[in-house]
Design a protein. Sequence first.
Length: 186
Amino acid sequence: MFFQYFMAVETNPSHLSIAGLHSRPMSESLFIPDTSDKKIRYENLIPQLRSLFHGEKNMIANCANGVAAIHQTFQFHWTGCYFVEGNELVLGPFQGPIACTRIGYGKGVCGTAWKNQTTVVVENVDEFPGHIACSALSKSEIVVPLKNNLGEVIGVLDIDSVDLAAFDETDRWYLEQIAELLTYVS
């Protein structure tokens, strides 16, 4: 129902901005079933992200909305993106408490995911060698590389939880799909 409504609103040219240009209406709410089954939550979130990102050409805008949607859906401690700038990852859009601003190549969980160009799932951050503690409340973490259309890492999606072992293969599978959506510019 939401998707049909959103697509109908999105294609209606009567929606104009104040300047008289066509604007893209957007939903102010996500429609995620109230369930503890994270697979169901991801399967409801992803089509809404596709719809939200449709036609938006700015990756930072998509990352900002994507991060907010993930954070709202799962109530993680911290959800955000870092982007490659030289030999560092630089903080991008995020939700949660203040964060580390820069992370070196190969440093911490984020830098390791960048260096290895693969998703890193950490059940207990205190046991990860070289973990960078941006928040003492974080207990587990997942970091998914963001890649451009050439397969080069251009950033990472970083999510922290206050619970140990909060992330598993289900999260990896769906967050890797979301990472592709974040970097795809339509």
